[in-house]
Design a protein around this ligand. Structure first.
Ligand SMILES: [Zn+2]
Length: 304
């Protein structure tokens, strides 16, 4: 492999960290705007990975309140919409407990009533498919409107939090890219293509890996690659910068082989800056212990 792992975090949900932990040293210095306690404030609990994803305790000293609010408002709110259905259906607790989900079409919802999950699906919709041979059920669920570019920047913000601080200090262009609504770095449009694939049986886990290029290759590879795995979906992307990448040539990226069983490999370009309204995503479960037709039919009835 041309890449070496430089940082990694794994959280089992509900949050497997018992106490607050920090990803960085205690001196309060914002890695995003380079201000310190003399020139800005550090009063927020700045989560290295957004709290709504289930990370209740992994925090950072190196994000000031101003940057924290800017990122939450402009980027993370869209990641929150993007992941809303799966967080609700898998029962992932954020700041305010497990979220309910309601799609704008009103054809599908997930509610918690007295801690019991209730899924409502309009039977005329095609949001749920049952495969009796494979014993699986697949939600083909619609997402509420989100801005893809904001989701992408939320990914980059998360990755930037896990880069060693001395590397962050070198990547002035990435910092500017994050702190503004820019789509360009040094006059070139940032390539927002993300390699996306499904990882088998990976529910209720959150992982982030950061890789750095270990050797030169004939093709132009990005210096830093980040792999964010949330439940059964993996998102692999490069950390855009002009300081260490050669952006004049097309960057090429292969899947970094972290997982053995991956499928549904696709590329998705998060370059849209308007609301994406018709995005659907698949979420497939195996019925555990339900193997007779009779029980499956009961399951079907229970949704009506
Ligand atoms: Zn800051």
């Amino acid at each position: 492999m041309d890449y070496k792992l430089i940082n990694k975090v794994e959280i089992i949900l509900p949050c497997s960290l018992e106490n607050d932990e920090y990803v960085d040293p205690e001196n309060k210095y914002c890695r995003f705007c380079k201000k310190n306690e003399q020139s800005t404030t550090f009063n927020n609990r700045s989560h290295a990975i957004p709290e709504f994803l289930g990370n209740l305790s992994l925090l950072m000293h190196t994000e000031c309140d101003q940057c924290n609010s800017f990122f939450s408002k402009n980027y993370d709110t869209h990641l929150s919409v993007y992941t809303a259905f799966e967080r609700s259906i898998l029962g992932i607790k954020g700041k305010n407990g497990i979220p309910n989900f309601q799609h704008d079409s009103l054809l599908i919802n997930v509610k918690y009533i007295e801690n019991k999950q209730q899924i409502g699906i309009d039977p005329k919709s095609n949001f749920l498919k049952i495969n009796m041979e494979k014993s699986t059920f697949t939600f083909n669920f619609p997402k509420n409107p989100f801005i893809p570019y904001s989701v992408y920047k939320s990914f980059i913000r998360m990755s930037f939090a896990f880069l060693p601080i001395e590397i962050c200090n070198k990547l002035e262009s990435t910092r500017l890219f994050l702190r503004t609504k820019n789509k360009i770095i040094e006059g070139s449009e940032v390539n927002t293509t993300v390699l996306k694939y499904t990882v088998k049986d990976h529910f209720k886990k959150l992982k982030l890996f950061i890789f750095q290029k270990a050797q030169e290759s004939k093709v132009n590879r990005p210096e830093f690659i980040s792999l964010f795995v949330y439940n059964d979906k993996a998102y692999q992307f490069h950390i855009p910068n002009k300081e260490m990448d050669n952006n004049t040539e097309k960057l090429q990226m292969n899947i970094i082989p972290v997982f053995e069983n991956v499928y549904d490999i696709e590329t998705f370009n998060f370059n849209k800056t308007e609301l994406e309204r018709n995005h659907t995503e698949k979420l497939t479960f195996q019925f555990a212990g339900i193997d007779s037709r009779d029980k499956s039919e009961n399951f079907l009835r229970s949704l009506e």
